[in-house]
Write a protein that binds this ligand. Structure first.
Ligand code: PLP
Length: 418
Protein backbone atom coordinates (compact mmCIF):
# COMPACT_ATOMS: atom_id res chain seq x y z
CA UNK A 1 0.00 0.00 0.00
CA UNK A 2 2.86 2.35 -0.67
CA UNK A 3 1.80 5.72 -2.09
CA UNK A 4 2.30 6.56 -5.74
CA UNK A 5 5.17 8.91 -4.95
CA UNK A 6 7.09 5.90 -3.62
CA UNK A 7 5.95 3.28 -6.16
CA UNK A 8 6.45 5.43 -9.22
CA UNK A 9 7.99 8.86 -8.61
CA UNK A 10 8.09 9.63 -12.33
CA UNK A 11 4.32 9.29 -12.72
CA UNK A 12 3.74 11.02 -9.38
CA UNK A 13 5.71 13.93 -10.80
CA UNK A 14 3.49 14.02 -13.89
CA UNK A 15 0.38 14.21 -11.68
CA UNK A 16 1.89 16.98 -9.59
CA UNK A 17 2.99 19.00 -12.59
CA UNK A 18 -0.38 18.60 -14.32
CA UNK A 19 -2.21 19.71 -11.17
CA UNK A 20 0.07 22.74 -11.09
CA UNK A 21 -0.62 23.47 -14.75
CA UNK A 22 -4.38 23.23 -14.27
CA UNK A 23 -4.21 25.48 -11.22
CA UNK A 24 -1.88 28.06 -12.67
CA UNK A 25 -3.39 28.58 -16.14
CA UNK A 26 -6.83 29.41 -17.52
CA UNK A 27 -8.34 26.38 -19.24
CA UNK A 28 -10.38 27.40 -22.27
CA UNK A 29 -10.36 24.25 -24.40
CA UNK A 30 -14.06 24.02 -25.23
CA UNK A 31 -14.26 20.25 -24.66
CA UNK A 32 -12.63 20.27 -21.23
CA UNK A 33 -13.88 20.80 -17.72
CA UNK A 34 -12.92 20.16 -14.08
CA UNK A 35 -14.64 17.27 -12.35
CA UNK A 36 -15.53 17.83 -8.73
CA UNK A 37 -13.72 16.06 -5.92
CA UNK A 38 -16.66 13.61 -5.61
CA UNK A 39 -15.99 12.33 -9.13
CA UNK A 40 -12.22 12.12 -8.64
CA UNK A 41 -12.94 10.01 -5.56
CA UNK A 42 -15.29 7.72 -7.48
CA UNK A 43 -12.85 7.25 -10.31
CA UNK A 44 -9.90 6.64 -8.05
CA UNK A 45 -11.84 3.99 -6.14
CA UNK A 46 -11.96 0.20 -5.75
CA UNK A 47 -14.68 0.04 -8.40
CA UNK A 48 -11.85 0.02 -10.92
CA UNK A 49 -11.16 -3.57 -9.81
CA UNK A 50 -14.55 -4.99 -10.74
CA UNK A 51 -15.42 -6.97 -13.84
CA UNK A 52 -19.14 -6.72 -14.66
CA UNK A 53 -19.71 -7.83 -18.27
CA UNK A 54 -23.41 -7.68 -19.04
CA UNK A 55 -26.01 -5.34 -17.59
CA UNK A 56 -27.42 -4.85 -14.06
CA UNK A 57 -29.17 -8.04 -12.94
CA UNK A 58 -27.78 -9.92 -15.99
CA UNK A 59 -24.03 -10.09 -15.44
CA UNK A 60 -21.55 -12.72 -16.54
CA UNK A 61 -19.54 -12.30 -13.33
CA UNK A 62 -20.29 -12.81 -9.65
CA UNK A 63 -20.07 -10.15 -6.98
CA UNK A 64 -21.83 -7.47 -9.01
CA UNK A 65 -24.50 -6.59 -6.44
CA UNK A 66 -22.93 -3.25 -5.52
CA UNK A 67 -21.83 -2.10 -8.95
CA UNK A 68 -25.35 -2.95 -10.18
CA UNK A 69 -26.68 -0.29 -7.82
CA UNK A 70 -24.25 2.26 -9.27
CA UNK A 71 -25.12 1.43 -12.88
CA UNK A 72 -28.87 1.49 -12.20
CA UNK A 73 -28.52 4.89 -10.55
CA UNK A 74 -26.57 6.19 -13.56
CA UNK A 75 -29.21 4.83 -15.98
CA UNK A 76 -32.19 6.21 -14.06
CA UNK A 77 -30.58 9.59 -13.49
CA UNK A 78 -29.62 9.94 -17.17
CA UNK A 79 -33.17 9.09 -18.25
CA UNK A 80 -34.70 11.58 -15.81
CA UNK A 81 -32.22 14.35 -16.58
CA UNK A 82 -32.85 14.26 -20.33
CA UNK A 83 -36.41 12.87 -20.41
CA UNK A 84 -35.35 9.71 -22.24
CA UNK A 85 -37.05 6.32 -22.33
CA UNK A 86 -33.79 4.37 -22.51
CA UNK A 87 -30.16 4.91 -21.46
CA UNK A 88 -26.96 2.93 -21.86
CA UNK A 89 -24.18 4.29 -19.66
CA UNK A 90 -21.44 1.81 -20.57
CA UNK A 91 -19.62 3.42 -23.55
CA UNK A 92 -16.03 4.00 -22.52
CA UNK A 93 -15.97 7.32 -24.40
CA UNK A 94 -17.91 9.41 -26.90
CA UNK A 95 -16.36 7.65 -29.88
CA UNK A 96 -17.39 4.23 -28.51
CA UNK A 97 -20.95 5.48 -27.97
CA UNK A 98 -20.98 6.59 -31.60
CA UNK A 99 -19.71 3.27 -32.92
CA UNK A 100 -22.52 1.51 -31.03
CA UNK A 101 -25.08 3.94 -32.45
CA UNK A 102 -23.89 3.35 -36.01
CA UNK A 103 -23.86 -0.39 -35.46
CA UNK A 104 -27.43 -0.23 -34.16
CA UNK A 105 -28.88 2.13 -36.77
CA UNK A 106 -27.12 1.08 -39.98
CA UNK A 107 -25.32 -1.66 -41.89
CA UNK A 108 -21.85 -1.42 -43.43
CA UNK A 109 -22.18 0.37 -46.76
CA UNK A 110 -25.24 2.37 -45.71
CA UNK A 111 -25.14 6.14 -46.16
CA UNK A 112 -24.41 8.47 -43.24
CA UNK A 113 -24.97 12.20 -43.65
CA UNK A 114 -23.08 14.37 -41.16
CA UNK A 115 -21.53 17.80 -40.77
CA UNK A 116 -18.18 17.95 -42.53
CA UNK A 117 -15.16 17.74 -40.21
CA UNK A 118 -13.80 20.97 -41.72
CA UNK A 119 -17.05 22.70 -40.87
CA UNK A 120 -17.19 21.61 -37.23
CA UNK A 121 -18.30 17.96 -37.39
CA UNK A 122 -16.60 15.19 -35.40
CA UNK A 123 -14.29 12.45 -36.68
CA UNK A 124 -16.99 9.88 -35.93
CA UNK A 125 -19.46 11.65 -38.21
CA UNK A 126 -17.82 10.40 -41.39
CA UNK A 127 -14.12 11.25 -41.52
CA UNK A 128 -12.61 8.89 -44.14
CA UNK A 129 -9.98 7.39 -41.80
CA UNK A 130 -12.47 6.89 -38.97
CA UNK A 131 -14.67 3.82 -38.45
CA UNK A 132 -17.64 5.93 -39.60
CA UNK A 133 -16.03 6.81 -42.92
CA UNK A 134 -14.46 3.40 -43.52
CA UNK A 135 -17.68 1.47 -42.94
CA UNK A 136 -20.20 3.79 -44.55
CA UNK A 137 -20.84 5.89 -47.59
CA UNK A 138 -20.53 9.47 -46.41
CA UNK A 139 -22.44 12.53 -47.44
CA UNK A 140 -21.15 15.69 -45.74
CA UNK A 141 -23.24 18.80 -45.28
CA UNK A 142 -21.59 22.15 -44.74
CA UNK A 143 -22.24 25.56 -43.25
CA UNK A 144 -23.39 28.43 -45.45
CA UNK A 145 -20.56 30.46 -47.01
CA UNK A 146 -22.03 33.79 -45.93
CA UNK A 147 -23.50 33.13 -42.51
CA UNK A 148 -21.31 30.20 -41.40
CA UNK A 149 -24.50 28.60 -40.10
CA UNK A 150 -26.14 25.36 -41.16
CA UNK A 151 -28.86 26.18 -43.68
CA UNK A 152 -31.68 23.68 -43.17
CA UNK A 153 -33.05 24.23 -46.70
CA UNK A 154 -29.71 23.08 -48.09
CA UNK A 155 -29.58 20.12 -45.70
CA UNK A 156 -33.04 19.13 -46.94
CA UNK A 157 -32.07 19.45 -50.61
CA UNK A 158 -28.96 17.34 -50.03
CA UNK A 159 -30.88 14.73 -48.06
CA UNK A 160 -33.52 14.48 -50.78
CA UNK A 161 -30.81 14.03 -53.41
CA UNK A 162 -28.65 11.55 -51.47
CA UNK A 163 -31.25 9.63 -49.47
CA UNK A 164 -29.05 8.86 -46.44
CA UNK A 165 -29.96 6.01 -44.10
CA UNK A 166 -28.91 8.01 -41.06
CA UNK A 167 -28.52 11.75 -40.53
CA UNK A 168 -26.30 12.86 -37.67
CA UNK A 169 -26.81 16.30 -36.13
CA UNK A 170 -24.09 17.39 -33.76
CA UNK A 171 -20.71 19.08 -33.75
CA UNK A 172 -17.37 19.68 -32.13
CA UNK A 173 -16.83 23.22 -33.34
CA UNK A 174 -19.98 25.15 -34.19
CA UNK A 175 -21.16 28.17 -32.20
CA UNK A 176 -24.92 27.91 -32.72
CA UNK A 177 -27.84 25.74 -31.64
CA UNK A 178 -29.16 23.19 -34.11
CA UNK A 179 -32.79 23.01 -35.21
CA UNK A 180 -33.66 19.45 -34.11
CA UNK A 181 -37.25 19.74 -35.26
CA UNK A 182 -36.12 20.58 -38.78
CA UNK A 183 -33.59 17.73 -38.75
CA UNK A 184 -36.31 15.31 -37.59
CA UNK A 185 -38.72 16.43 -40.27
CA UNK A 186 -36.05 16.06 -43.00
CA UNK A 187 -35.11 12.62 -41.69
CA UNK A 188 -38.73 11.58 -41.76
CA UNK A 189 -39.22 12.96 -45.27
CA UNK A 190 -36.28 10.99 -46.69
CA UNK A 191 -36.80 7.86 -44.60
CA UNK A 192 -33.61 8.31 -42.57
CA UNK A 193 -33.04 7.77 -38.87
CA UNK A 194 -32.02 10.84 -36.87
CA UNK A 195 -29.02 10.52 -34.56
CA UNK A 196 -28.04 13.54 -32.47
CA UNK A 197 -24.55 13.69 -30.97
CA UNK A 198 -24.87 16.19 -28.12
CA UNK A 199 -21.37 15.55 -26.73
CA UNK A 200 -20.53 19.24 -26.58
CA UNK A 201 -23.76 20.80 -25.42
CA UNK A 202 -25.22 18.07 -23.14
CA UNK A 203 -24.60 20.19 -20.04
CA UNK A 204 -26.55 23.08 -21.53
CA UNK A 205 -29.40 20.67 -22.37
CA UNK A 206 -29.38 19.25 -18.83
CA UNK A 207 -29.68 22.80 -17.47
CA UNK A 208 -32.60 23.60 -19.78
CA UNK A 209 -30.56 26.27 -21.58
CA UNK A 210 -30.38 24.47 -24.94
CA UNK A 211 -33.05 22.69 -26.97
CA UNK A 212 -33.31 19.04 -25.94
CA UNK A 213 -32.76 16.66 -28.88
CA UNK A 214 -34.24 13.64 -27.08
CA UNK A 215 -37.87 14.13 -28.12
CA UNK A 216 -36.86 14.58 -31.77
CA UNK A 217 -34.11 12.02 -32.37
CA UNK A 218 -34.22 8.25 -32.72
CA UNK A 219 -30.96 8.04 -30.79
CA UNK A 220 -28.84 10.60 -28.91
CA UNK A 221 -25.20 9.99 -28.02
CA UNK A 222 -22.99 12.07 -25.78
CA UNK A 223 -19.82 12.38 -23.80
CA UNK A 224 -20.01 13.08 -20.06
CA UNK A 225 -16.83 15.12 -19.71
CA UNK A 226 -17.42 18.32 -21.66
CA UNK A 227 -20.14 20.78 -20.55
CA UNK A 228 -21.61 17.98 -18.39
CA UNK A 229 -18.41 18.04 -16.30
CA UNK A 230 -18.37 14.35 -15.42
CA UNK A 231 -15.84 11.55 -15.90
CA UNK A 232 -14.23 11.07 -19.31
CA UNK A 233 -16.75 8.71 -20.92
CA UNK A 234 -19.87 8.36 -23.07
CA UNK A 235 -23.54 7.37 -22.92
CA UNK A 236 -26.49 6.79 -25.22
CA UNK A 237 -30.16 7.78 -24.91
CA UNK A 238 -32.96 6.52 -27.13
CA UNK A 239 -36.55 5.59 -27.56
CA UNK A 240 -37.24 2.30 -25.76
CA UNK A 241 -37.72 0.47 -29.06
CA UNK A 242 -33.99 0.86 -29.83
CA UNK A 243 -32.89 -0.20 -26.35
CA UNK A 244 -32.26 -3.89 -26.86
CA UNK A 245 -30.27 -3.37 -30.04
CA UNK A 246 -28.19 -0.54 -28.59
CA UNK A 247 -27.36 -2.58 -25.50
CA UNK A 248 -26.24 -5.45 -27.67
CA UNK A 249 -24.10 -3.20 -29.89
CA UNK A 250 -22.28 -1.80 -26.83
CA UNK A 251 -21.85 -5.20 -25.13
CA UNK A 252 -21.05 -7.74 -26.51
CA UNK A 253 -20.98 -5.92 -29.85
CA UNK A 254 -18.05 -3.71 -29.15
CA UNK A 255 -16.89 -3.55 -25.55
CA UNK A 256 -16.01 -6.06 -22.88
CA UNK A 257 -16.10 -5.21 -19.20
CA UNK A 258 -17.65 -1.83 -18.40
CA UNK A 259 -15.54 0.66 -16.45
CA UNK A 260 -17.52 0.58 -13.22
CA UNK A 261 -15.53 3.39 -11.58
CA UNK A 262 -16.40 5.61 -14.54
CA UNK A 263 -20.04 4.49 -14.52
CA UNK A 264 -20.35 5.36 -10.83
CA UNK A 265 -18.77 8.72 -11.70
CA UNK A 266 -21.43 9.21 -14.40
CA UNK A 267 -24.13 8.62 -11.77
CA UNK A 268 -22.57 11.36 -9.63
CA UNK A 269 -22.29 13.71 -12.63
CA UNK A 270 -25.96 13.22 -13.57
CA UNK A 271 -26.99 13.89 -9.97
CA UNK A 272 -25.01 17.13 -9.88
CA UNK A 273 -26.32 18.14 -13.31
CA UNK A 274 -29.87 18.13 -11.94
CA UNK A 275 -29.00 20.77 -9.33
CA UNK A 276 -29.73 24.50 -9.32
CA UNK A 277 -26.04 25.21 -8.80
CA UNK A 278 -25.24 23.35 -12.03
CA UNK A 279 -27.84 25.38 -13.89
CA UNK A 280 -26.33 28.62 -12.64
CA UNK A 281 -22.90 27.39 -13.74
CA UNK A 282 -24.20 26.68 -17.25
CA UNK A 283 -25.73 30.16 -17.30
CA UNK A 284 -22.32 31.63 -16.45
CA UNK A 285 -20.80 29.43 -19.15
CA UNK A 286 -23.13 30.87 -21.80
CA UNK A 287 -22.74 34.40 -20.52
CA UNK A 288 -18.95 34.05 -20.57
CA UNK A 289 -18.99 32.91 -24.21
CA UNK A 290 -21.19 35.86 -25.14
CA UNK A 291 -18.91 38.33 -23.36
CA UNK A 292 -15.93 36.83 -25.18
CA UNK A 293 -17.65 36.96 -28.58
CA UNK A 294 -18.66 40.61 -28.07
CA UNK A 295 -15.14 41.58 -27.05
CA UNK A 296 -13.56 39.78 -30.01
CA UNK A 297 -15.87 41.59 -32.40
CA UNK A 298 -14.65 44.97 -31.11
CA UNK A 299 -13.19 47.48 -33.55
CA UNK A 300 -9.71 47.38 -31.95
CA UNK A 301 -9.27 43.71 -32.88
CA UNK A 302 -11.25 43.94 -36.13
CA UNK A 303 -8.66 46.45 -37.27
CA UNK A 304 -6.13 43.59 -37.12
CA UNK A 305 -8.34 41.10 -38.93
CA UNK A 306 -9.58 39.28 -35.83
CA UNK A 307 -13.29 38.52 -35.54
CA UNK A 308 -15.80 35.83 -34.58
CA UNK A 309 -17.30 33.26 -36.92
CA UNK A 310 -21.07 33.54 -37.44
CA UNK A 311 -21.09 36.89 -35.62
CA UNK A 312 -21.41 35.52 -32.10
CA UNK A 313 -22.39 32.42 -30.17
CA UNK A 314 -25.34 30.86 -28.44
CA UNK A 315 -23.42 28.01 -26.86
CA UNK A 316 -20.33 27.57 -24.67
CA UNK A 317 -17.69 28.37 -27.27
CA UNK A 318 -16.51 31.04 -29.64
CA UNK A 319 -14.81 30.39 -32.96
CA UNK A 320 -12.26 33.11 -33.59
CA UNK A 321 -11.84 33.90 -37.26
CA UNK A 322 -8.25 34.79 -38.20
CA UNK A 323 -8.59 34.53 -41.98
CA UNK A 324 -7.87 38.23 -42.37
CA UNK A 325 -5.29 38.41 -39.61
CA UNK A 326 -1.53 38.16 -39.98
CA UNK A 327 -1.67 35.88 -36.97
CA UNK A 328 -2.60 32.29 -37.84
CA UNK A 329 -4.30 29.75 -35.57
CA UNK A 330 -1.04 28.16 -34.45
CA UNK A 331 0.50 31.51 -33.56
CA UNK A 332 -2.72 32.50 -31.77
CA UNK A 333 -2.68 29.27 -29.76
CA UNK A 334 0.99 29.84 -28.87
CA UNK A 335 0.61 33.45 -27.82
CA UNK A 336 -2.38 32.61 -25.62
CA UNK A 337 -0.35 29.77 -24.13
CA UNK A 338 2.40 32.26 -23.30
CA UNK A 339 -0.06 34.47 -21.44
CA UNK A 340 -1.42 31.45 -19.55
CA UNK A 341 -4.61 30.66 -21.47
CA UNK A 342 -5.03 27.21 -23.02
CA UNK A 343 -7.10 26.96 -26.22
CA UNK A 344 -6.89 24.96 -29.43
CA UNK A 345 -6.39 26.13 -32.97
CA UNK A 346 -9.13 25.08 -35.31
CA UNK A 347 -9.65 25.11 -39.05
CA UNK A 348 -12.41 27.43 -40.19
CA UNK A 349 -14.65 26.35 -43.09
CA UNK A 350 -12.82 26.80 -46.43
CA UNK A 351 -9.70 27.60 -44.44
CA UNK A 352 -7.05 29.20 -46.64
CA UNK A 353 -4.30 27.93 -44.31
CA UNK A 354 -3.20 24.29 -43.88
CA UNK A 355 -4.63 22.12 -41.04
CA UNK A 356 -1.45 22.33 -38.94
CA UNK A 357 -1.60 26.13 -39.03
CA UNK A 358 -5.32 26.98 -39.47
CA UNK A 359 -7.11 30.32 -39.44
CA UNK A 360 -9.17 29.80 -36.32
CA UNK A 361 -9.21 29.31 -32.59
CA UNK A 362 -11.85 27.45 -30.61
CA UNK A 363 -12.28 29.02 -27.18
CA UNK A 364 -14.68 27.63 -24.59
CA UNK A 365 -15.91 28.82 -21.21
CA UNK A 366 -17.13 25.64 -19.38
CA UNK A 367 -13.99 24.97 -17.33
CA UNK A 368 -13.66 28.56 -16.13
CA UNK A 369 -17.37 28.68 -15.25
CA UNK A 370 -16.78 25.55 -13.15
CA UNK A 371 -13.87 27.33 -11.53
CA UNK A 372 -16.33 30.04 -10.48
CA UNK A 373 -15.88 32.75 -13.12
CA UNK A 374 -18.79 35.16 -13.63
CA UNK A 375 -19.39 38.35 -15.60
CA UNK A 376 -16.48 40.28 -14.09
CA UNK A 377 -13.87 37.58 -14.61
CA UNK A 378 -15.05 36.68 -18.11
CA UNK A 379 -14.88 40.36 -19.04
CA UNK A 380 -11.27 40.41 -17.84
CA UNK A 381 -10.39 37.15 -19.66
CA UNK A 382 -12.02 38.42 -22.86
CA UNK A 383 -9.91 41.56 -22.73
CA UNK A 384 -6.71 39.60 -22.07
CA UNK A 385 -7.45 37.44 -25.13
CA UNK A 386 -8.27 40.46 -27.28
CA UNK A 387 -5.02 42.18 -26.26
CA UNK A 388 -3.00 39.00 -26.84
CA UNK A 389 -4.31 38.61 -30.40
CA UNK A 390 -3.29 42.15 -31.39
CA UNK A 391 0.22 42.79 -32.76
CA UNK A 392 3.10 43.03 -30.25
CA UNK A 393 1.22 42.16 -27.06
CA UNK A 394 2.80 42.84 -23.68
CA UNK A 395 3.04 39.17 -22.75
CA UNK A 396 4.37 39.70 -19.23
CA UNK A 397 1.59 42.12 -18.29
CA UNK A 398 -1.07 39.80 -19.73
CA UNK A 399 0.46 36.80 -18.00
CA UNK A 400 0.29 38.68 -14.68
CA UNK A 401 -3.43 39.30 -15.26
CA UNK A 402 -4.17 35.60 -15.93
CA UNK A 403 -2.12 34.61 -12.88
CA UNK A 404 -4.19 36.95 -10.72
CA UNK A 405 -7.42 35.35 -11.99
CA UNK A 406 -6.02 31.86 -11.42
CA UNK A 407 -4.94 32.81 -7.87
CA UNK A 408 -8.33 34.36 -7.10
CA UNK A 409 -10.12 31.12 -8.09
CA UNK A 410 -8.11 28.28 -6.55
CA UNK A 411 -8.63 24.81 -7.96
CA UNK A 412 -8.74 21.54 -5.98
CA UNK A 413 -7.72 23.29 -2.78
CA UNK A 414 -6.00 21.10 -0.24
CA UNK A 415 -5.22 18.27 -2.66
CA UNK A 416 -1.61 17.51 -3.39
CA UNK A 417 -1.56 13.77 -3.88
CA UNK A 418 -3.20 13.42 -7.26
N1 PLP B 1 -18.74 13.50 -30.51
C1 PLP B 1 -18.44 14.80 -30.50
C2 PLP B 1 -19.40 15.78 -31.10
C3 PLP B 1 -17.24 15.23 -29.94
O1 PLP B 1 -16.93 16.53 -29.95
C4 PLP B 1 -16.37 14.28 -29.37
C5 PLP B 1 -15.08 14.65 -28.74
O2 PLP B 1 -14.44 15.57 -29.05
C6 PLP B 1 -16.72 12.93 -29.44
C7 PLP B 1 -17.92 12.58 -29.99
C8 PLP B 1 -15.79 11.84 -28.98
O3 PLP B 1 -15.63 11.77 -27.64
P1 PLP B 1 -14.35 11.00 -27.02
O4 PLP B 1 -13.19 11.88 -27.21
O5 PLP B 1 -14.78 10.79 -25.60
O6 PLP B 1 -14.23 9.69 -27.75
Amino acid sequence: NAPLAEVDPEIAEVLGLELGRQRGTLEMIASENFVPRAILETQGSVLTNKYAEGYPGRRYYGGCEHVDVAENLAIERAKTLFGAEFANVQPHAGAQANVAVMEALMEPGDTLMGLSLDHGGHLTHGMPLNFSGRRHKIVAYEVDRETFRIDMDKVREQALAERPDVIVAGWSAYPRQLDFEAFASIAQEVGAKLWVDMAHFAGLVAAGLHANPVPHADVVSSTVHKTLAGPRSGFILAKESYGKKLNSRVFPGQQGGPLMHAIAGKAVAFKIAASEEFKRRQQRTLEGAQILAERLMGSDVAEHGVTVLSGGTDVHLVLVDLRNSELDGKQGENILDEVGITVNRNSVPWDPRPPMTTSGLRIGTPALATRGFGTKEFTEVADIIAQALKPNPDVDALRARTEKLADDFPLYEGYENW
